[in-house]
Design a protein around this ligand. Structure first.
Ligand code: BES
Ligand code: MN
Ligand code: ZN
Length: 506
């Protein structure tokens, strides 16, 4: 169900004269917005042709703005069918930033969907630049078309990308292999999110986790509703019991022999969030198939880490349920018992994410990993605080800082937010250990303070280092596509997770 074609990436030596021999459907070069108008970036064109092209940019109406794509006839002696200009926007000091390259490569490949083979001649002199371009290309090569009766209704994503580079072949291969794995992970997350919730529900999501782990050194354990009930996962059961589709907890274990650290990942996997009896209004439900984006991200990041053989032990907990109203649904004011024994008064059944995550955090903590990360489309308040493109990261100083650094390096937008102490009493309940809703102002942080209560103690008797990633807004793009980001499922957090997992292996 999650079959995903992966763009094939190869590197081509950017030697002089390459343009005359490299066959492709399009050769892409970059244009930046200079202070005196558009400027061509480093390119492999012959001197005379470059001058002629450069002189006509303004008259062609090319500005070099980010995402601007212009198809031109191929120049003489070119083995590409067309020449394509892609805008990079304004440059800081001459050389484009890595994220500008990543976005330009992604934007070009995305907008050239329908072509088969694209050659990218963007400035790729170093390993970091090549990595950014290759990754952008892999992220731009995405189209969701699994559910159309007419398969030609959507242009297929670009199948093959050749990146011109002066990086040597051996170093380039390592870089391209990683970019391929990253692209596959992000694109698979996008597809899981885009799948309609009548087809992707707890049982089929658990199956997808098994399929994606096939052939890899990952042990997959699926706990069904009977087992969840028996083992005391009251959060997942409590949220899932209103649906005819029974909940699941999927545990993935990747234990490489040379592992330096053990990281637990917990993901919110609500395959559809209607709000339950605290029903959402119709408009609020329209995007709620995206409420499993956190679980999808930890799944594909774990798969990618295993594919790349990253020496970090991973345990991923996918907390999967469908939140529906019915005669069997949980009621506002029910008290449930989370894994490990803490009780929660459910005052609002639409604050369900924190209940399934509480089970996952408690179960994950019981193994005393070195670090715990949780990823969830947890609150609407996340979007009120940070908008649609930035995700929030909250938690321990060291872990949050490391996540922010990993995010900055990959081009994902994460912003650190505090865990204000004064929010904790707002979660007090007269009948249980905690209530599932508290202070509305700063609701993203209130939810994080709730989750912190379920992070257990490590081997040293102190709370396990933990960070919480709220990706409610940026995991689903309701606006127009931009850069390498498509409409709808975006795959947010996968790249940051993988980069953080790699940093623990060093
Ligand atoms: N899944 C939603 C959060 C959400 C909203 C994600 C919009 C993506 C886009 C979550 O389960 C929810 O409903 N949260 C409530 C919490 C409230 C009842 C305390 C919210 O944010 O309104
Ligand atoms: Mn909800
Ligand atoms: Zn939700």
């Amino acid at each position: 169900m999650v079959a995903n074609s992966v763009v094939s990436l190869n590197s081509v030596s950017a030697r002089a004269g390459i343009v005359g021999t490299l066959e492709s459907d399009a050769l892409v070069i970059g244009v930046a917005q200079g202070s005196d108008g558009p400027v061509l970036l480093e390119h492999p064109l012959a001197e005379q042709e470059a001058v002629a092209l450069s002189d006509s940019l303004q008259i062609l109406g090319v500005s070099g703005a980010a995402d601007e794509v212009r198809r031109l006839p191929a120049l003489s002696k070119m083995k590409a069918s067309v020449l394509v200009l892609i805008g990079l926007g304004k440059l800081d000091d001459g050389a484009p930033a890595l994220e500008a390259l990543r976005r330009a490569a992604g934007s070009a490949v995305r907008q050239l969907a329908g072509l088969e083979h694209v050659a990218l001649a963007l400035p790729a002199s170093g390993v970091a630049e090549l990595a950014a371009i290759a990754e952008g290309a892999a992220l731009g090569s995405y189209s969701y078309q699994a559910r159309r009766s007419d398969p030609t209704a959507v242009k297929p994503a670009v199948q093959k990308v050749s990146v011109l580079t002066s990086v040597n072949a051996k170093a380039a291969k390592t870089v391209l292999d990683r970019a391929t794995a990253v692209g596959k992970a992000v694109n698979t997350t996008r597809t899981l999110v885009n799948e309609p919730p009548n087809l992707l529900y707890p049982e089929t999501f658990a199956q997808a986790a098994k399929e994606l782990s096939k052939g890899l050194p990952i042990k997959v354990t699926v706990l069904d509703e009977k087992r969840l009930e028996k083992d005391g996962y009251g959060g997942i059961i409590g949220v899932g019991k209103g649906s005819s589709r029974q909940p699941r907890l999927v545990k993935l274990e990747y234990s490489p022999v040379r592992a330096k650290k053990h990281l637990a990942l917990v993901g919110k996997g609500i395959t559809f969030d209607s709000g339950g009896l605290s029903l959402k209004p119709a408009t609020g439900m329209m995007t709620m198939k995206c409420d499993m984006a956190g679980a999808a991200a930890i799944l594909t990041a774990t798969v990618a880490a295993a594919e790349l053989g990253v020496p970090t032990k991973l345990t991923a907990w996918l907390c999967i349920a469908e939140n529906m109203p019915s005669g069997t649904a949980g009621r506002p004011s029910d008290v449930i018992t989370i894994f490990g024994g803490k009780t929660v008064e459910v005052l609002n059944t639409d604050a369900e994410g924190r209940l399934v995550m509480a089970d996952g955090l408690a179960a994950g903590s019981a193994e005393q990993p070195d670090v715990i990360l949780d990823v969830a489309t947890l609150t609407g308040a996340q979007m009120i605080a940070l908008g649609n493109r930035y995700a929030g990261v909250m938690g321990d100083e060291a872990v949050s800082t490391a996540i922010a650094a990993a995010a900055a390096a990959t081009g994902e937008l994460f912003w650190r937010m505090p865990l204000p102490e004064e929010l904790r009493p707002s979660l007090d309940s007269p009948v249980a250990d905690l209530a599932n809703i508290g202070e509305r102002m700063g609701g993203m942080m209130t939810a994080a303070v709730f989750l912190r209560e379920f992070v257990g103690e490590g081997k040293n008797g102190e709370q396990i280092p933990w960070a919480h990633l709220d990706i409610a807004g940026p995991s689903f793009n309701e606006s127009a596509p931009y850069g390498y980001t498509p409409k709808n499922g975006t795959g947010m957090s996968v790249r940051t997770l993988l980069s953080y997992i790699e940093s623990l292996g060093h």
